[in-house]
Design a protein around this ligand. Structure first.
Ligand code: PLP
Length: 266
């Protein structure tokens, strides 16, 4: 009998929280994967009851169920690249570190800590586990300025301090590459700083003065993971993701009473 012919589409996996409002988390990631032309899969770490204004409730998935989701995807579909978003607690972080080691897929880490609405998406006591167990396993880490400061202790206020934080995440904390995002800094342009293989590259786009930024970090890191899944280099993946996220904010959805969601399918 002739073998079943299968088309090969790259598979990307998001290991992240669910946002009931559809703006951030796995919902943003899966939209991003779809628009980037990869097959999106998910391992849900936490269920949030959330809208554009607030996070009302958080219910963490047991670590063994997070692990089982990754295993189910990896054992059958294969994972060309993955990203992490909200990891919530130490048990989930340990489970994720274990499966990343077992399957060895490239990993983009969005070190999610606090939502724009102010809700904590990572327990403070889990910050050490994120630094020790997840950052060293990352292909690319994508902190914004406040997250970069928590990770490295460097107060990120300008390009020089962003460069220093990115270097520390790689040279001292063990990631392969780091992109410190410039969205929280001032200026006419948003400049992201990539440190990789001992060198820097800057990615600059015009600043979009809009409030439709809910889920920006999620969609950006998902876009990088999609690029890696398609075989792009880190530099190419970040370059494409930067242009993509600028457009997704520009065409963001003015819905709800708070920060409207970015629009990855714009
Ligand atoms: N909610 C979930 C479940 C997330 O994974 C994330 C990701 O960062 C956020 C909220 C953050 O949303 P915001 O972009 O509003 O900070």
């Amino acid at each position: 009998m002739a073998p079943v012919r299968r088309t090969r589409i790259p598979v990307a996996l998001t290991i992240a929280g669910s946002d009931s409002g559809g703006g951030a988390g796995i919902q943003a990631d899966l939209k991003t994967f779809a628009v980037m032309g990869v097959h999106g899969t998910s391992a849900i770490t936490s269920i949030t009851a959330q809208n554009t204004l607030e996070v009302r409730a958080i219910h963490d998935v047991p670590p063994e169920v997070v692990k089982a989701q990754v295993e189910a995807v990896a054992d059958d579909l294969g994972v060309d690249a993955a990203k992490t978003g909200m990891l919530s607690n130490t048990g989930i972080i340990q489970a994720v570190a274990e499966v990343v080691d077992r399957y060895g897929f490239p990993l983009v880490v969005d070190p999610v800590m606090v939502a724009k609405s102010g809700a904590r998406l990572l327990r403070p006591e889990a910050e050490e586990a994120l630094k020790k167990l997840i950052i060293p396993r990352a292909t690319v880490v994508t902190p914004n300025a406040p997250e970069a400061e928590v990770l490295t202790g460097v107060r990120v206020v300008d390009l020089d301090s962003a460069r220093e934080a990115a270097r520390i995440i790689v040279e001292e904390m063990g990631a392969e590459a780091a992109v410190v995002k410039g969205g929280h800094l001032r200026g006419e342009y948003v400049v992201d700083v990539l440190y990789h293989k001992g060198g820097y590259r800057l990615f600059k786009e015009r600043r979009i003065e809009k409030a439709t930024t809910h889920g920006t970090g999620c969609a950006f890191s998902a876009a990088i993971a999609a690029g890696l899944a398609k075989g792009r280099s880190v530099e190419e993946a970040v370059e494409v993701a930067k242009k993509f996220i600028t457009m997704a904010v520009d065409y963001g959805l003015e819905i709800g009473g708070g920060h409207g969601p970015v629009n990855p399918v714009a």
